[in-house]
Structures are given as structure tokens and as C-alpha cells.
Design a protein around this ligand. Structure first.
Ligand code: OGA
Ligand code: MN
Length: 232
């Protein structure tokens, strides 16, 4: 069984996806309140920031331009063989192609190990294959919660090529939101409440604002490491 398909087609993910309503237009470009100590995280208010504090992290410039080039060099030939997928009714992601990769060049393995080292406490069981998602300029990721069947409490992703905005929306109260500015070569980490109690999405061109400022979308590749669910 390939985790890629399990992750993307799980009923849990669908339920989360189709259970969530579209964003009210008034939220677009709302400045929000900054999470203290981070200029890449803003939220709808102090309570929601308190809730996700320590569970949402964005590290700018986590990888160098050279490390980004090295990752792209390994990924582009694989991705280029695939076609972008649009308009599948059942997809959480629009305008994308993807792959998963278990074996990496030595330099890329070192980069990914650095991601794992900061995202997961030592000994955390992790999904072996790394998920690589290539979203076209016109593509986007709709609100969803990663399947609890295939993904544990931590999701860590590198963003390559383009800046974007990831929005978390509380499943309990849709007016509680947190926006993450994901600059090129940054790393984001979602843990615990941020991963389980909020949907996450990557905003499409035209809706892509952070703190009231437009973040122009281009093609974006993410490289995502996940922990495994505990098998109690
Ligand atoms: C996903 C997802 C986020 C990203 O594939 O489930 O939410 O950074 N990806 O691409
Ligand atoms: Mn996801």
C-alpha cells in the first residue's frame, strides 16, 4: 500500500475537506495579530495564537539556495514526467503533481535529516518516504486535516521556488484562523492542536495575502516529512 494514495484519498481527509465552508471574503487581507517572536505567523486574535503557540513554527531561510538547488535537481526530472492534475472532484489539491521518495542523494539526505532533527524529538517514528508536492502557479490546497490513520502528530514541510500563505482554520470556530507566511526555503512545522484541531490550506493566487499584503504565488514545491500515528 502506498502511503501517498492513502494520505490523499482517506475518508478522514475528505470529511475534513468537504465539511469546511469557504472563507468569508472579509477575511482576505485581514492584517491579524502577530505571534510574539515570529514575523511569519499572524492570527485572528490572542486566544487562537495562545492555542497554537509552540505548535506552529516557521523558520525562514532554513535551507540555503544551494540546498534548494540540490533538492530541485533531484526532484525536477521525476516531477517533469508527470502531468498536473486539475478538476478532480475528490481531490484536496487542485493543480498539482506529486511523488514520494525514500532514497535521496547524500547531500539531500543531510538536508532532510536537518528537517527531521528540528521537527521530531529523537526516536519519533516517522513515515519513511518523503512526500513531494508540486503545485502549479494556478493551483492550491483546499482546507483539510491530514488523515489521522496515516499521519501522526507532526507535519514538517520545506517550501521551494515560491512564497505562499498557509492558513489554519479552527474546526470548532471558523472565525479563528492563523496564517503562516511560507517564504521560499522556509520550513514550517505543525504539531498537536495545530495539526488536529485546525484545517490547513495553501491559498490560491488572488486570495494569497499575509497580514494584508499580497504574497504573489508561483509554482511551489513542498517537501514534507511526517511522523507516524501511534499504533496503540
Ligand atoms: C498535504 C499538505 C502542504 C504543503 O499534502 O497534505 O497539506 O506544504 N501539504 O504542501
Ligand atoms: Mn495536509
Amino acid at each position: 500500500m502506498r502511503p501517498r494514495f492513502s494520505l490523499l484519498s482517506s475518508p478522514v481527509r475528505f470529511k475534513a475537506l468537504f465539511g469546511s465552508s469557504p472563507l468569508p471574503r472579509s477575511r482576505l487581507g485581514a492584517p491579524g495579530l502577530a505571534l510574539s517572536g515570529s514575523r511569519s505567523v499572524v492570527g485572528s486574535g490572542p486566544a487562537v495564537l495562545e492555542l497554537v503557540s509552540g505548535q506552529v513554527e516557521v523558520r525562514e531561510e532554513f535551507i540555503s539556495e544551494e540546498e534548494e538547488r540540490e533538492l530541485l535537481g533531484e526532484l525536477e526530472p521525476v516531477l517533469k514526467r508527470k502531468r498536473y492534475e486539475f478538476d478532480h472532484w475528490d481531490n484536496a489539491i487542485h493543480g498539482y503533481r506529486e511523488t514520494e521518495r525514500s532514497h535521496w542523494s547524500e547531500r539531500n539526505s543531510e538536508t532532510l535529516q536537518r528537517v527531521r532533527d528540528v521537527a521530531f524529538p529523537p526516536g519519533t517514528p516517522q513515515l519513511g518516504p518523503v512526500h513531494v508536492l508540486d503545485v502549479d502557479k494556478g493551483g492550491y490546497i483546499k482546507p483539510h486535516v491530514d488523515s489521522v490513520k496515516f499521519c501522526g502528530s507532526t507535519i514538517a514541510g520545506l517550501s521551494l521556488l515560491s512564497p505562499s500563505v498557509m492558513r489554519l482554520v479552527s474546526e470548532q470556530n471558523q472565525s479563528d484562523w492563523v496564517d503562516l507566511l511560507l517564504l521560499r526555503r522556509s520550513l514550517y512545522i505543525l504539531r498537536g492542536a495545530a495539526r488536529y484541531l485546525f484545517t490547513h490550506q495553501v491559498l490560491k493566487e488572488g486570495d494569497s495575502y499575509f497580514g494584508g499584503v499580497e504574497v504573489p504565488r508561483g509554482r511551489r514545491i513542498s517537501v514534507i516529512c511526517r511522523s507516524l500515528p501511534s499504533t496503540a
